[in-house]
Design a protein around this ligand. Sequence first.
Ligand SMILES: [Zn+2]
Length: 595
Amino acid sequence: MSSRVLTAVAWPYANGPRHIGHVSGFGVPSDVFSRFMRMSGHDVLMVSGTDEHGTPILVQAEKEGLPTRQLADKYNRVIVEDLQGLGLSYDLFTRTTTRNHYRVVQQLFLGLFENGYVVPKTAMGAISPSTGRTLPDRYIEGTCPICGYDGARGDQCDNCGNQLDPVDLINPRSRVNGETPVFVETEHFFLDLPALAGSLGKWLASRTDWRPNVLKFSQNLLEDLRPRAITRDLDWGVPVPLDGWRDQPMKRLYVWFDAVIGYLSASVEWAARTGDPDAWQQWWINPDARGYYFMGKDNIVFHSVIWPGILLGHNGEGDHGGRTGPMGELRLPDELVSSEFLTMSGSKFSTSRGKVIYVGDFLREFGPDALRYFIAVAGPETTDTDFTWEEFVRRTNFELANEWGNLVNRSISMAHKNNGAIPAPTELRDIDHELLSTSRASFDTVGSLLGQNKFKQAISEAMRLAGAANKYLSDTEPWKLKDDTARRDTVLHTALQVVSDTNTLLTPFLPHAAQKVHEALGGTGVWAAQPEIRTVGEDDAPDYPVLMGDYAGEQARWASTPIEVGRPLAKPTPLFTKLDESLGVTGPDWASIAT
Ligand SMILES: [Zn+2]
């Protein structure tokens, strides 16, 4: 396996705080993967940011009575704080309203334009008959031609989620004054997907290691590819970088076109911020790098067809041929890691339907690792999965607190009480050898599962080792060995070695707890680095918060590290707090407000 790993994480939308369904799809799995890859010695670049263009941002700003930019600032900050609290180790988590992002999006556009893969076409645009001015898409509503919902907007239907054109609406009317808009011919840019279908098909055919359903779904999309408009009648977004277009206030590149380019622009920004402006190329131009993209299943089309199509067009690799675009010959995705949906009582989390548990609320009440554990062990990895408080309480109490927390606590407590330090082993018996060899073998087993993004199986294997260590303590009963301290020391040494190993295996999943266990075992320094919120600036634009971190320093490695005999041990404090059983029935107090 190569040593450069790009972890490209789907961009959360900045029109409100994110709920636990969002982070179970894009957030936690990508972080577990990245932490594991770094521990295994790879150079990981993990990037994302808030997606801040598009109509939902404008609509929410209107609703809250805020200028658009201020609304984006507000939720960008909320999301940055939530993701930092959850311990997601982004090398850079930025936003799409930066000047850097605008520049990179425009470069990609120009590459596509010069190679003939974006072309201007006449489409029907709405104007207000009373003012004669362009009526932005979001100000038009009517009946959805697909599902019949009466409140559909000119760009999308919130009921069925389909993207629309204003001209498609039945009985269109202006949301400003109710009048019926007039449709006139207007120019928009279209991405010529049919000219890219051949190269996309060839590339998809080479993705033999993808999950068959993802591959089949993507290949089916190629059969009916039509040119897709990439500009909109909007005043919020990236301007079209061409004379005659640049200064038109009502023509902007559309959000889905600019957002996928964020993976690249965030990598470029990261490189500039770390003082080596060309460093991003090692993940994007290097043939030996590998790119892993993490997303919810509703986003697969953007990562298996649209984004690769943009890259192929920019690289000059479609039916029209062309030259390598201004950013160089860019790598297409290697792996798509898509998750299913986390539901609540059988239906999708939805802010609009008032069924939601926000990440921030959850973190304040339960801390990050309980949520990370739940998502890894019981999340929507391969099927839609229902979140229930009952299951959350059961997992936290019986698995995290009883199985893992207790093992750590009682083995360290015994060694602290009897030895005050890590005891030295003497003669190992079969039962000791057996546990230690199971422990060492777990690094390959769990590591191989993590490399394939099988999180549920990986964490279950790691927890199985904790179970084996608990059984070992029950079988050897070190608390009864008062008269055989040599044997007791051997048993405690063995148990502590396996605690240390299990902690390493659980580090990608439970980085906060892992740091504590590392310290409880007498370790010092950083074991699992956490992201920091840094305030950064850009030319003369206002400062904004980003997540960055120093993950390359001396810290946990993916291997069994021998514990150090004689290292002093303090009396441990509980690793996890058990939850009140009644929480499983009622949920927390704030659930009544949120649901
Ligand atoms: Zn609809």
